[in-house]
Design a protein around this ligand. Structure first.
Ligand code: F6P
Length: 324
C-alpha cells in the first residue's frame, strides 16, 4: 500500500488579510484529495527548524474571517543562505513532506523558486498588501488594505475639511506605488507621490495652493512610503510655504496589514488555495497561482521572480484629472 502524499503549507513575509482563508482552503482541499497536511510554523524560519504540525479539518475552523496568519510568519535570514535552504530540504525529507505550498509576497516567491530549483515540488500563492507581485492581477490582502486605507482617509477628510487643512497621508507598499495610486482614486486625493515617478515637491505645493484657490475645504496628499520623500519633511515644507491650508500628517503604518479580510479577499484566497492543491494533484509544480482575467492561472515561479510588476500610470494620471 502506497503512503499518503504529504503537503506542507507556510505563510512568509508580511502577513496579509486573507492568508488564513488560503490556509483553510489548502488544508481542506488537500484532505479532500486524501493527502496529509503539515502546517509549517513561522514561515521559512520554521521550515529550517522543522517546526511542523499535522493539520486536520478542525484546525482551520473559525479562521476564514480572521486577519493575520494562524501559522505565524517571519522574514528568515537563514533561509536566504544556501546552507539554510539545504537544512530546510533535509527537514522536509525527514518529515516525509512531498510538496510545499508557500503563501506570501515577492520575497517568499523568490524562496519558493530557490526550493523548486533544488527539486522541491513547490506551489506559490501570492499574498501581500503591496500588490507588487508579477503574474497576478491582484494578491491576497491588497483589497482589504485598500478598504482600510479608504476608511482611514475618509475619516481624515472629515476633520481636514472641518479645519480647512491639508493632510499628508503615508501609505505602505515598500517599493511599489500601487496602494498610493489606488488610494488617490478611491479617496479623491489632490496628488499622490510614488516611487515609480520622481516626486516633485513644487508640484505638490502647486496642487495644494490650487486646491485652496479653487475653494476646496481640504487637500489630501497621499505619499507612498517608498516615494523617496519623507512624509514628515514634506508636511513641514508645505506648512512653511503657507499655501492657504494649515498642515497635518498621518502615517497609516501597520494598521493597513490587519483586520478581517473583505469578501473579495476571502473569495480570492479560497479560489487560489483550492487551485494550488489541484495543481499538485495534476502533477504541476514550480508555479504560482495568478488571477488572469476572471480565472486562476499557473505562472512559472521563474517568470514571477524575473519580472517586475509595474503600476499602471493611467491610474496615476487619473488622480490629477479627478482632483479638479
Ligand atoms: O510587504 C508588506 C509590508 O507591509 C510593506 O508594505 C512594508 O514596507 C513592510 O511590509 C513592513 O515590514 P515590517 O512589518 O517588517 O515592518
Amino acid at each position: 500500500m502506497s503512503e499518503k502524499f504529504t503537503v506542507g503549507v507556510l505563510t512568509s513575509g508580511g502577513d496579509a488579510p486573507g492568508m488564513n482563508a488560503a490556509i483553510r482552503a489548502v488544508v481542506r482541499t488537500a484532505l479532500a484529495n486524501n493527502m496529509n497536511v503539515l502546517g509549517v510554523m513561522h514561515g521559512y524560519e520554521g521550515l529550517v527548524n522543522g517546526e511542523f504540525k499535522s493539520m486536520g479539518p478542525r484546525d482551520v475552523g473559525g479562521i476564514l474571517q480572521r486577519g493575520g496568519t494562524v501559522l505565524l510568519t517571519s522574514r528568515s535570514k537563514r533561509f536566504q543562505e544556501p546552507s539554510g535552504q539545504r537544512e530546510a530540504i533535509r527537514k522536509m525529507n525527514e518529515a516525509g513532506m512531498d510538496a510545499l505550498i508557500v503563501i506570501g509576497g515577492e520575497g517568499s516567491m523568490n524562496g519558493a523558486n530557490a526550493l523548486s530549483l533544488q527539486g522541491v515540488k513547490v506551489i506559490g500563492i501570492p499574498g501581500s498588501i503591496d500588490n507588487d507581485i508579477w503574474g497576478t492581477n491582484i494578491a491576497i490582502g491588497t483589497d482589504t488594505a485598500m478598504n482600510t486605507i479608504m476608511d482611514a482617509v475618509d475619516k481624515l477628510r472629515d476633520t481636514a475639511s472641518s479645519h480647512q487643512r491639508a493632510f499628508l497621508i503615508e501609505t505602505m507598499g515598500r517599493n511599489s506605488g500601487y496602494l498610493a495610486v489606488m488610494a488617490g482614486i478611491i479617496c479623491g486625493a489632490e496628488i499622490v507621490l510614488i516611487p515609480e515617478t520622481p516626486p516633485d515637491q513644487q508640484e505638490v505645493a502647486a496642487a495644494v495652493e490650487d486646491a485652496y484657490k479653487r475653494g476646496k475645504t481640504h487637500a489630501i496628499i497621499i505619499n507612498a512610503e517608498g516615494s523617496g520623500i519623507r512624509t514628515t519633511d514634506l508636511a513641514q515644507l508645505i506648512d512653511e510655504m503657507d499655501l492657504g491650508f494649515k498642515t497635518r500628517m498621518t502615517i497609516l503604518g501597520h494598521i493597513q496589514r490587519g483586520g478581517s479580510p473583505t469578501a473579495y479577499d476571502r473569495l480570492l484566497a479560497s479560489r487560489m488555495g483550492v487551485k494550488a492543491v489541484e495543481a499538485l494533484v495534476e502533477g504541476k509544480h514550480g508555479v504560482m497561482t495568478g488571477l488572469k482575467g476572471k480565472g486562476i492561472d499557473f505562472i512559472p515561479l521563474a517568470d514571477v521572480i524575473s519580472n517586475k510588476r509595474k503600476v499602471n500610470m493611467e491610474y496615476y494620471h487619473m488622480v490629477k484629472v479627478l482632483a479638479r
